[in-house]
Structures are given as C-alpha cells and as structure tokens.
Design a binder for this molecule. Structure first.
Ligand code: HXC
Length: 261
C-alpha cells in the first residue's frame, strides 16, 4: 500500500511509521489518521514485525488535530462521526494493538499529537520535544485522552495546569514528570527508538504481549484485579516454548533463540 501522509518502513523486525505532512506540521487530518490506522494494522498482522516505532521525524511529532478541517464542523457533525474515535479508525485501534508501539517524539507534540504519543506504550523524547494540550486556547478541550492519560501519568496538578492554561512542557520537564521514558539528543532519536524496538522484537512475542497487557491493566483495574491478571499471565508463560528456551539458555550460559511460540 502506498501512503500520502506517512513514510512506512521496516528495519529487521521493527516497523517504522513516520507521520509526513510537514507543510501542516503533521496535523492529524482524517486522511492521515486513516492511513495511520491502516499502517498500524498491517504491522500488527505481519508476523515478521515484533515492535513498532511511531515518529514524526526530527522536526515535529504532530501539531494536533487538523484545525482547518474541524473549523466549520458543528456538534452534530462531530457527534455523528464520533470524532475522533469513529471517523478515524487509528484512534480506536491504537488502544487495542497488542504489539508494542514506541513513540519517538522530536519537536512539538501538541493537542492530538500529545494524545497520540501518550496512546503509545512509551515515549522516547528528543531534547527538542515539547508537549502540550493547547485545545483550551482554541475554545475547546482535549478529546483523545489528554485529560485522562496525562492526569494518570503526570498527576492532577500538572495535567490541570497544562489542560487549563495550554502551557507546554519541554523534554526535561516531561522526563521529570514521568511522561517520557528518557530524553536523547535529537540526532539519535530515531536510532535509539529503533534500537529499543529491535530489542523488544527479538524477545518472546507472547511474553511481550502479555507484559503490555499487564502494564496497561495497571491503569484500568483495581490493584488486586491487576495483580491477579499479572499472576495468571506470568503462569501462562510457562506454556510457551520461549519461556523454556529462555531459562535453558540462561542455565547453559548461551544466548536464547526465541521463536515467538
Ligand atoms: C492545521 C496546522 C496545525 C493544525 C500547524 N498548522 N498546526 N494546520 N491544524 N493543528 C499549519 C499552519 O496553519 C501553517 O500553515 C503551517 O502548518 C505551519 O504552521 P506555523 O504555525 O507557521 O508553524 P510554527 O511557527 O513552526 O508553529 C508550529 C506550532 C503551531 C507551534 C505547532 O503551528 C501551532 O500552534 N499549531 C496549532 C497547535 C494546536 O493548537 N493544536 C491543537 C489542535 S486541536 P500555512 O498554510 O499557514 O503554512 C486538537 C484536538 C484533539 O488537537 C482532539 C482529538 C484528536
């Protein structure tokens, strides 16, 4: 499939999706988001891919929803389209992808751009990264997880301040607040993200998927329920060939060869 607003590549077992609408600062228009959904779906279905990197390149991650596209919309338009969920399948699909997705963020990740990064499994930030939820400055509000994921990650005070005032957070503050896993020089962002994804993609895919499911459960279930789910997932890794291989390789002092079985 060819894409107008994305660059889609692979490096080994890593799928790389680069948002590519530079003239509009990678604003998340419906065509772009539809393409993103298709690209993510293709990687999710491809057994040759073990992890995904989502980036906007080294200038900008994404400046949010396409304001010009939304400018003339009325409530009924947005409601009937169930924007952003229904109209652009990627938003809905992001939440159900089972393979890990790493956001590699350089430059602005604003509004829907910040929400898109937060919908990934972790965020690797360039030292140029800037995060913000400026929707209030447009007379609206976050609509794809900005008030929910941000509050869960950085806490109420920071989330409230950012959403209520539109104040942006730089990479260092984002790292202190736990929004990003770490900050790297912008020139190294892509390579670092691909390296992390390649590390994951070389491991046991069933174990990786169970870990992702379990960590996500920490945000959606009471502790006792999450611990029970984790324990059951841990126990079920003992049904995989990969778990047997991993422990046998450790005992034999050799590198494991995981098959994803
Ligand atoms: C449509 C956008 C855009 C956007 C930038 N552009 N952001 N078009 N939607 N979100 C366009 C500009 O109109 C301009 O087009 C070109 O991209 C370059 O933008 P500049 O502003 O000249 O660039 P710069 O000075 O580098 O500033 C970059 C920026 C700024 C800081 C990212 O563009 C900005 O503040 N953008 C809006 C950010 C925002 O408010 N996001 C929230 C959107 S609402 P022309 O044609 O003039 O060259 C949202 C709701 C989410 O995300 C709901 C769920 C999905």
């Amino acid at each position: 499939m060819s894409y107008d607003h994305l660059i889609v590549e692979t490096e080994g077992r890593v799928g790389i999706v680069t948002l590519h609408r530079p003239a509009a600062r990678n604003a998340l228009s419906t065509p772009l988001v539809n393409e993103l959904g298709a690209a993510l779906e293709a990687f999710e279905q491809d057994p040759a891919i073990g992890a995904i990197v989502l980036t906007g390149g080294d200038q900008v991650f994404a400046a949010g929803a396409d304001i010009k596209e939304l400018q003339e919309a009325g409530f009924v338009d947005i409601f009937l389209a169930d924007f952003p969920h229904g109209r652009a399948a990627a938003w809905k699909r992001m939440a159900t992808l089972r393979k890990p997705v790493i956001a590699a963020v350089a430059g602005f990740a604003l509004g829907g751009g910040c929400e898109l990064a937060m919908a990934c499994d972790f965020i690797l930030a360039a030292d140029t990264a800037v995060f913000g939820q400026p929707e209030v400055l447009l007379g609206t509000m976050p609509g794809a997880g900005g008030t929910q994921r941000l509050a869960r990650v950085v806490g109420k005070s920071k989330a409230m301040e950012m959403c209520l005032t539109g104040r942006r957070m730089d990479a260092q503050e984002a790292e202190r607040a736990g929004l990003v896993s770490r900050v790297v020089p912008v020139a190294e962002l892509r390579a670092e993200a691909v390296k992390a994804a390649a590390t994951i993609a070389a491991l046991s895919l069933p174990a990786v998927m169970m870990i992702k499911e379990s960590v996500n459960a920490a945000y959606e279930t009471p502790l006792a329920e999450g611990l029970r789910l984790e324990r059951r997932a841990f126990q079920s890794t003992f049904a995989t060939e990969d778990r047997r291989e991993g422990m046998a390789a450790f005992a034999a002092k050799r590198k494991p060869e995981f098959k994803g079985r």
